[in-house]
Design a protein around this ligand. Sequence first.
Ligand code: ZN
Length: 327
Amino acid sequence: MPHLPARTRIARLATGAALSLTAAALTSSMLAAPAQAAVPAATGASASSEACIEGAADGTEAARGSHTGVDHREISAAEQARIESRFTKQLKAARKTQDLTAAAAATASGDIPVYVHVMRDSKGNGDVTDAQIAAQIDVLNGSYGGQKSASATDTGFTFTLAGIDRYDNTRWHQDKQSSTYRKQTRQGGANALNMWLVDFDYLGIATFPWDYARNGAIDGIRVHFDSLPGGSSANYSEGETATHEAGHWLGLYHTFQGGCTTTNDEVEDTPAQSSSTTGCPEGRDSCSLPGTDPIHNFMDYSYDSCYLEFTAGQSTRMSQMWTAYRA
Ligand SMILES: [Zn+2]
């Protein structure tokens, strides 16, 4: 997941180093009392929390990565096959339980309650305004409603703000102890989108719906606070990172998943592409398979201004995923 321009990345790294030193020096003292939650045990940056930021090895998370496209987690073909096999079975079972025809499951949708958790540092840095959050919800509704392009699909999903909370905790702000803070702050059920706003070297990281049953306590998306509308991430501050991460949360892979293969992202109307896109390279065609790269698709890594659409096939997949795992 791409995201931050080099200038910002350098500044961010320098800041991170300074904060790490501070954290090391303060280790078991009270680093930051959260505004509303219990202070988490000061365990330091554990190996597991680092692994979490990189993306868990078991398919639980996906990230919108760096500009180089190398720091997102890959899902192997074998892993993808297992996920799809379980999905097929779960969809069948869920249709029976919910008494849905195949067509009804393929068009299912919902009004998704959104809980926004603003993870500020101990000095209050990393805050966003309520107006920015409202604008973010508007972006989600516009993008999932197919309003950015004549060729975009209205997925039927809508988003309603259900709550905002703010915490003052430097570790949480830096996305350290992410499993802990997610477990302590997550709200709602499988249908609720929890969005944690943090400061890390990603634009965003998401969990997938097929992991909700065994890992629901950490279900949701982590999004860079500067990616919200009005934020300062150049090229990535129109709120579309949340759109992308919510796409994973609703069961979509990247459009470049699987590279130049016919299976690729399991969606037929998103042409295969060999790798992630940076910027907005019109006409890019990285595979010899039919179609040019879907650079305007929300599930590529293009600039926010380049993101225009979900396809009908992606909409169907999200509906089926909703039926199987979140309805
Ligand atoms: Zn992604």
